[in-house]
Design a protein around this ligand. Sequence first.
Ligand code: GDP
Ligand code: IMO
Ligand code: MG
Length: 428
Amino acid sequence: MPAIVVIGAQWGDEGKGKATDLLGEHAQWVVRYQGGNNAGHTVVLPDGQNFALHLIPSGILNPAVKNVIGNGVVVDPGVLLEELAGLEERDVNTGNLLLSADAHLIMPYHVAIDRVTERYLGKAKIGTTGRGIGPAYQDKVSRVGVRAQDLLDEKILRQKVEAALEFKNQVLVKVYNRKALDANEVVDTVLEHGAKFAHRIADTRLLLNQALERGELVLLEGSQGTLLDVDHGTYPFVTSSNPTSGGAATGSGIGPGKISTVIGILKAYTTRVGSGPFPTELNDDMGELLRKNGGEFGVTTGRSRRTGWFDAVISRYATRVNGITDYFLTKLDVLSGLETIPICVAYEVDGRRCDEMPMTQTDVHHAVPVYEEMPGWFEDISGCRTFEELPANARAYVERLEELSLARVSAIGVGPGRDETIVRHSLT
Ligand code: GDP
Ligand code: IMO
Ligand code: MG
């Protein structure tokens, strides 16, 4: 059996947690391959229990699944322990969680630098989650990062932290006027945390490849989304990793040829948290209605999510950049009760029509949506379990999105619960 990737097709919070939980029923492994605890993935179990996962794969709620935090993820040791404790308190078995020896660690100085740089940027800030994600990936690429395996060798860990702090303390103190961090304190805390999860550190790249050779199904759970990708997103208003499907191979150590299916999670409208361009954003009562009806408040930071209409320029782009084979369209139920529903089919940029994502960031900032209106529906659709049960106008909306997005919509979410889903084509 092959590997399947679940990715966010927009700016994150599309419902990846729910999709992973649902598909995880058929998988032996669920793997996070990038990002860190900037993510907030919600899973609602059949008994109504609601879980918010940040760092641990959503497969953890399924006792039969083995979960891996892959090499591409950045891990805050304290956060990992807190999340494990929170799950254990709620009787979730966490025995099935492994951490790649090559995953980089988010150190206290990364969190400090993330927060001060944002403050320093003022109005130009990215609106990060303040979890140290960018600075941790900076160190990885600069080849001065600390990895999970360093927790197993105190001497090396000490050397690395001392070397890192020699420079970072200068920056913290001289540029940002903050307190210096003490290397011994940092090492002692990280070692204390690390001792509690050292038994989970493993050569996950080897284990995943062996699992694939045995014919097991590996589900790769993306965090964030296509437009937050550091290469393909709305740079610089992005995260510092590759949520797009190519990142699933590098972030887990699986060859791209093993990936047979790329499932794009796509919200029936659009949301974004943090700064950056958002062509279909609604700064009016309608935007407020979508936020209220969709419960659009961040799982990680509690911030209000910006809301807007569906943007097919983005979904077409996501299909191409990720090689999406199937879409899981979420939150269709949130659109019930609207007279008409606009869909952005193209942009107008300085008087020119653009059917595809503009090449330059300046043009993206100038993009004005070209809308097409679809008739809405008033029925409550949360009880629908087949496509045919949906009102005709809801079916027409889905079919139009499918046509504009250049990939089939294989599943549709009509509520947050696992069973509140319409499956049109099997995804596993
Ligand atoms: P993720 O980051 O992509 O996992 O998404 P989040 O968990 O941050 O946000 C998605 C929110 O929508 C969560 O509260 C989910 O429980 C909820 N959700 C997911 N799918 C549906 C759906 O089809 N309908 C409704 N009403 N809510 C959904
Ligand atoms: P999930 O996995 C939505 C956004 C932040 C900010 C930008 C950079 O739940 O979809 P970072 O802390 O990563 O350096 O912030 O990315 N962001 C997200 N937005 N959902 C997420 O995760 C996000 N993770 C980061 O708001 O704009
Ligand atoms: Mg989220």
